[in-house]
Design a protein around this ligand. Structure first.
Ligand SMILES: [Zn+2]
Length: 143
């Protein structure tokens, strides 16, 4: 067994979350851990989740459905609220709070720039990890 611990989530939790993300128009890529050599694997094709995968390192098959998996998300934001007006603009900050599970959370605020938006998110949620900041808005996802 490997000593590296990757975050994989049970299949029955991941799949409904992924279905919701895909419905929202995001691209989701499956990530999983080889049960033989412990290396981290990711699938090249968006929005396809496989129950088994062959490790690129050791060429052995892992039962992903049994072991669980995770995903990488390419977010598509709805930017219709972006304006060219001077002054603070609506920003969306995407963050997670370590230990709270797989949920990505959205923080919307009026900010002069991305640093300002991050600062406001950090003020509201000191423990958060900021993943991504964009001008504009996104509908909140329910996972
Ligand atoms: Zn392997």
């Amino acid at each position: 067994m490997t000593k590296v611990i990757y975050n994989d989530y049970p299949w029955e939790e991941i799949i409904p979350a992924v279905i919701e993300l895909v419905k929202e128009g995001h691209d989701v890529y499956q990530k999983w851990t080889c049960e033989h050599c412990g290396s981290r694997q990711s699938m090249d094709e968006a929005n396809k989740f496989y129950t088994e995968g062959m490790c690129e390192e050791c060429k052995k098959i892992t039962n992903i459905q049994k072991n669980g998996c995770n995903y990488m998300l390419h977010i598509m934001l709805n930017n219709k609220h972006v304006t060219n007006e001077p002054g603070p603009k609506l920003h969306t900050v995407i963050y997670t709070i370590p230990g709270e599970g797989l949920q990505w959370q959205f923080f919307e605020c009026m900010a002069n720039d991305q640093d300002h938006a991050e600062e406001q998110c950090k003020n509201a949620y000191p423990a958060c990890d900021v993943l991504w900041i964009n001008e504009g808005t996104s509908r909140k996802m329910e996972i």
